[in-house]
Design a protein around this ligand. Structure first.
Ligand code: DX5
Ligand code: ZN
Length: 211
C-alpha cells in the first residue's frame, strides 16, 4: 500500500515542513486544492503553492475540491502531476474531464463524498485510473474517519475483480494507526494521510508506524 501525504494540516513554516515531508519515504505528495465554493475553505494562492511544490521531488497526487474543474486542471497540469482527481458531485460531464486528462497524459481519478454511493460512478469505472473514497467530508484535515467508507471500498474492490477493471482505490481522511489495518486488509492501494503524520515532530516516525 502506498502513502500519499496531505500537507493541509501544516500551519507553521509551510515551506520548510513540505520539504521535510518530501524527504521522507512517502510515495506521493497529496495536493488538496479548495476553491471556497465546492467546499468552504480555500487553498493558498496558486503562485505560492507552485513555488513550494517546484522544490519537491515526490510525484504529485492532486485532489481538486473545486466547482470549475477544467479551470483548475489547466492551472495544475503545470505541476506535471501523476494523478488529478476531481469530484463526481460537481462535474456536469465527467467524460469530458476524463478525456481532457487523458489528452494531457495525466492519470484520472474520480472522488466521491461520504454520502455519494458507488453506484453513481459505475459508468465511469471502466475508463478511469483511480477512485478516491472520501472517508471524511472534504474541506479540512484532522476529522474523524467515517466507518461506512469500508463498505464502499469492499464494493469497489469486488467490482474491479468481477469486471477486471484497472482503477486503483485511494482513501482520504481521518487515517491513522487505529484504522490502517482494515484498509490494508481490503486491498486499498493508496492512503492519504495528513494530520497523523504532520502532527508529529518526526514525520518519518508516523509513516513507519502505519506502514
Ligand atoms: C480533506 C482532504 C484530506 C485531508 C487529509 O478535505 O481532502 O486530504 O486533509 O487529512 P487528515 O489525514 O488529517 O484527515
Ligand atoms: Zn485530499
Amino acid at each position: 500500500m502506498k502513502i500519499s501525504a496531505s500537507f493541509l494540516g501544516i500551519k507553521n513554516n509551510f515551506e520548510e515542513n513540505i520539504i521535510k515531508l518530501d524527504n521522507t519515504t512517502i510515495d506521493y505528495l497529496h495536493v488538496d486544492i479548495m476553491d471556497g465554493k465546492f467546499v468552504n475553505n480555500k487553498t493558498c494562492k496558486f503562485k505560492e503553492i507552485m513555488k513550494v511544490l517546484d522544490e519537491t521531488k515526490k510525484p504529485k497526487d492532486v485532489h481538486l475540491m473545486v466547482k470549475n474543474i477544467k479551470k483548475y486542471i489547466r492551472k495544475f497540469k503545470k505541476l506535471k502531476p501523476e494523478i488529478i482527481t476531481f469530484h463526481y458531485e460537481t462535474c456536469k460531464n465527467c467524460f469530458e474531464i476524463t478525456r481532457m486528462l487523458k489528452k494531457y497524459g495525466i492519470k484520472c481519478g474520480i472522488s466521491i463524498k461520504p454520502d455519494t454511493k458507488v453506484e453513481k460512478i459505475k459508468t465511469y469505472l471502466p475508463y478511469i485510473d483511480l477512485v478516491l473514497v472520501m472517508s471524511v467530508e472534504p474541506g479540512m484535515g484532522g476529522q474523524e474517519f467515517i466507518n461506512s467508507s469500508i463498505e464502499k471500498i469492499k464494493l469497489l474492490d469486488s467490482l474491479r475483480k468481477e469486471n477486471n477493471y484497472q482503477y486503483l482505490i485511494e482513501v482520504d481522511g481521518g487515517i491513522n494507526d487505529t484504522n490502517i489495518d482494515i484498509l490494508k486488509n481490503n486491498n486499498v492501494d493508496i492512503v492519504v494521510v495528513g494530520s497523523y503524520i504532520t502532527n508529529m515532530d518526526n514525520y518519518q516516525d508516523g509513516i513507519d508506524k502505519i506502514l
